[in-house]
Design a protein around this ligand. Structure first.
Ligand SMILES: [Zn+2]
Length: 229
């Protein structure tokens, strides 16, 4: 199938926030980034590599197939990862997650954090997203909002992965129709599939650096030539 004919979806958390997981108290950020030039660039640095979370609910029956944190991290249960692997889906790695329930000492299900390594490059200028600030002091990157989401994903820059991101939206997980079908056919819970062309992204973005979001070597390979690693 030509790349331009592939259907894409945005993988998102459920509308309700009641099953979102919290970061465990000792997560925090490794360190704040403090800009020598602009006070307003101060921000959380790179996160600890492995997530530690607190699940709402009391037992495994209260945990969906997909679990999301308040910071938009996407986690999947073991059997979901198994489905992904059996289907040969590409464009992701997983990291182990330490979980516990907020109100009980019941053993939690085994969870994995999805780290997206697939790539559809930079949002094209037609999307409306432009680099508007690049700080020499701290590496801050500021981008304008997207006023044409229909042009956000440029199939010619897509590497063919089933899971991928578009810069500067590292928190938005995009997937192919293969993933969408697998989710629907297996009735997986805790996840919504949205049409990326209908996203409201008008607010502008300050995504940090690509290495916050991807394994370091991959971030260097993709982001180095673009100055965003
Ligand atoms: Zn700065």
């Amino acid at each position: 199938m030509p790349k331009s004919d592939v259907k894409f979806w945005h993988l998102d958390a459920p509308e309700s926030t009641k099953r979102l997981a919290e970061w465990a108290e000792d997560m925090g950020s490794e360190s704040a980034v403090i800009c020598p030039l602009h006070e307003g660039h101060r921000r959380a640095g790179k996160r600890q590599p492995n997530l530690k979370i607190v699940l709402p609910g009391k037992t495994v029956d209260d945990v969906d197939d997909f679990v999301w944190t308040w910071y938009s991290e996407c986690l999947v249960q073991d059997h979901v990862l198994e489905l992904f692997r059996r289907a040969g889906l590409t464009g992701y790695e997983v990291k182990p997650v330490t979980a516990k329930f907020k109100r009980t000492t019941e053993p939690p299900p085994r969870l994995w954090e999805l780290v997206v390594t697939g790539w559809a490059g930079m949002a094209p200028p037609e999307s409306g997203i432009r680099l508007i600030e690049k700080c020499e002091g701290c590496g801050y990157l500021g981008y304008s909002g997207c006023d044409n989401p229909e042009r956000l994903i440029d199939p010619s820059q897509w590497d063919g992965s089933d899971f991928f991101i578009v810069w500067p939206l590292p928190k938005f997980i995009f997937v192919t129709d293969r993933v969408a079908k697998l989710i629907r056919e297996n009735g997986l819970t805790g996840v919504r599939l949205k049409d990326p062309r209908r996203l409201d992204l008008s607010g502008g973005f300050g995504p940090g650096r690509l290495s916050y979001w991807m394994p370091e070597a991959r971030a260097r390979e993709l982001g180095g030539p673009l100055g965003i690693d």
